[in-house]
Design a protein. Structure first.
Length: 75
């Protein structure tokens, strides 16, 4: 059975309607390297959130209203 242009457009429309099918379709189409960016973006977002939490703590005031010195983190 041939796959027509109309079939392709139908597939695209179905994928737009059923977002959960998209991840399943990526596996056979993309290589492992092609699947990694979403995972990497998620890890970067989590690392960014942790960094924001640390930065927010740097400028905290003590109970007496003084700026508390942040510990130096050496890498």
């Amino acid at each position: 059975m041939a796959f027509s242009v109309q079939d392709f457009h139908d597939l695209v429309r179905l994928l737009e309607q059923h977002r959960e099918w998209q991840a399943e379709l990526r596996r056979p189409i993309l290589t492992q390297e092609g699947l990694r960016p979403p995972e990497l973006v998620q890890r970067l977002a989590e690392a960014h959130a942790r960094a924001e939490e640390r930065v927010a703590g740097v400028g905290m005031l003590s109970t007496r209203g003084e700026l508390v010195e942040a510990p130096v983190i050496e890498s």
